[in-house]
Design a protein around this ligand. Structure first.
Ligand code: PMT
Length: 401
């Protein structure tokens, strides 16, 4: 038995030369005993015929929003409710743009707007069209709204161009659909708060002290928790990142603001993760006016910021399970374990940030410590590291109960 057995799948086909590959994809679905309904856009019907798709899928093919016969058999809202998942094979640039702005000007776009089922998109288009900033913006917007993607791949295109835009192979799309159903939503009911990014400490109205944190690690952790069904609050310093789907984001600037928001959220959540690179010090007296370049030297007096995570971990009531990070350039393990004890944490993720590693980069490796154990997570994309971090936090959290 496969995970797709008896699953109700709408295969949406939009206009593009890759439409012919949808036939093989439908064949794979039928082989695994999924129920398949095919919906064509008018442009797709120029590339593949409804008759072929009817024979392969075993069901009548729908292609018009205004077809009384088809509406009588299964109306578009009924179809949208019937589906366990919708897969768009191929998803053209035009269709992605229409989906982004929420248009309902053909049957397939209407079903996508009317469904609560997850939607998997297999984009296919000319490499230049794919590279256009407007297409990339559409992809980001859809991804932020929870749409899933498979591909596109890089390679030779029907037009003779080389590059990204070639649709994934039917087997890859099939594997992504399996993943979509396999993905565990085992954290429903769990509430998590994560701090991410840097803080900025004002010197005067135009200058500040900060650090190189991009927020990537913290945002990836927020996304990984959210994908498993947790309720996620993300307290973020100033970063240039899109908010992951279904995550509640609170923007702050300074350590004091982050401290205030973190303590408020900590007592309302079960898990607190401090991934932010919080400035340890702020300027004692922020100048009201821009400091003029009048002398060769100036002295700034700094005062210690509150230690956010230590304050959370020392809460007397409603203390959440508390996880810190330790960014170190030497004696990594020793300093991290010292912070685990001193700040009263349940777990700490030790980060070797020497030689320009980690800050702002797409990859990371971590050494996780808790009171009676530890594990090394080898170098990988931050998104993959985040999935592992989330798994270990969840395991320890459950053990602590
Ligand atoms: O954002 P990226 O570019 O993806 O980079 C990721 C990262 C390097 C920022 C991240 O992986 C990381 O290591 N974050 C912690 C950075 C840090 O400030 O480490 P620290 O060793 O100085 O602080 C230890 C812990 O105390 C951290 O959990 C920190 O959030 C917390 N802290 C520190 C100071 C302070 N005033 N309040 C705090 O809560």
């Amino acid at each position: 038995m496969t995970i797709l057995q008896h699953k109700r799948i709408i295969v949406g086909i939009t206009g593009g030369i890759a439409a012919y590959k949808a036939i093989e994809f439908i064949r794979l679905l039928r082989k695994s005993h999924a129920e398949v309904r095919v919906v064509l856009t008018p442009a797709a019907a120029e590339f593949v015929t409804p008759l072929t798709l009817q024979a392969i899928s075993g069901n009548a093919v729908s292609h018009s929003l205004l077809d009384p016969q088809a509406e009588l058999a299964m109306g578009h809202i009924e179809l949208a409710k019937w589906a366990d998942a919708i897969v768009i094979v191929p998803a053209s640039a035009d269709f992605l743009a229409r989906l982004t702005v929420g248009m309902a000007n053909d049957l397939l776009a209407t079903i996508c707007l009317a469904t609560a089922a997850p939607i998997l998109l297999a984009p296919a288009m000319n490499q230049q069209m794919f590279a256009q900033s407007i297409t990339q913006q559409n992809l980001t917007a859809l991804s932020n709204r929870g749409y899933r993607f498979v591909g596109p791949n890089s390679g030779e295109q029907a037009c003779g161009d080389m590059g990204f835009g070639r649709m994934s192979e039917p087997k890859e799309i099939y594997a992504s659909l399996e993943d979509l159903f396999a993905q565990k939503q085992d954290m429903k009911g769990l509430s998590v708060v994560i701090t991410a990014g840097p803080t900025q400490e004002a010197i005067d109205p135009v200058r500040y002290i900060s650090n190189h944190s991009s927020g990537k690690m913290g945002f990836a952790i927020a996304q990984a928790f959210s994908e498993r069904g947790a309720n996620v609050t993300l307290i973020s310093g100033p970063v240039n990142l899109a908010t992951p789907a279904n995550v509640h984001r609170i923007d702050v600037t300074s350590a004091q603001e982050m401290h205030q928001q973190a303590l408020k959220s900590a007592v309302e959540n079960q898990i607190f993760i401090g991934c932010a690179a919080v400035a340890d010090y702020r300027v004692t007296q922020v100048a009201e006016q821009k400091i003029k370049k009048s002398s060769d030297e100036i002295t700034l007096t700094l005062i210690k910021n509150p230690d956010i995570i230590a304050d959370v971990a020392h809460l007397q009531s409603k203390r959440p399970f508390t996880v810190g990070f330790a960014a170190e350039t030497q004696n990594i393990e020793q300093y991290a374990q010292d912070k685990l004890q001193r700040k009263n944490l349940d777990m700490i993720c030790a980060n070797d940030v020497s030689s320009g590693k980690v800050f702002g980069k797409d990859q990371n490796s971590l050494h996780l410590f808790w009171r009676n154990g530890n594990i090394i997570l080898e170098l990988d994309d931050k998104k993959n590291i985040a999935k592992q971090v989330v798994k270990h936090i969840f395991d320890r959290f459950r053990q602590s109960k």
